[in-house]
Design a protein around this ligand. Structure first.
Ligand SMILES: [Zn+2]
Length: 112
């Protein structure tokens, strides 16, 4: 039997799970494959607009995947009990900061 999660952590977990579902559906909507095997039809080879749109979708997809991996990482940390600590200095990250950015890995001093 596992103990009841603390209310605060429970809220964070559902926020992260919502965020993960949201990111996954955005990625799905972009319909960008993971393996770089997008087939460029030769008929479109001289269509700069198509290439630009595909490039945009890909860079957006990359950003979404980065966010998704941060969210997944935060969920893993909730499981192993290391959630809410800065990865650089191990100090606790402030509650306000976690509330604003539940997937953050760094305290305010080590952000960005
Ligand atoms: Zn720090």
């Amino acid at each position: 039997m596992s103990p009841e999660p603390e209310a605060a952590t429970h809220g964070v977990r559902s926020a992260l799970e919502d965020e993960r579902a949201h990111l996954q559906s955005q990625l799905h909507a972009l319909d960008v494959t993971d393996d770089d095997s997008l087939s460029f039809d030769e008929n479109f080879a001289d269509s700069g607009q198509v290439a630009a749109e595909q490039g945009e979708a890909k860079s957006l997809a990359n950003r979404l995947r980065d966010q998704l991996s941060d969210v997944q990482r935060a969920l893993d940390k909730l499981d192993d009990g290391s959630y809410g600590k800065c990865e650089i200095c191990s100090n606790p990250i402030s509650e306000a900061r976690l509330e604003a950015m539940p997937a953050t890995r760094y305290c305010i001093d080590h952000a960005g």
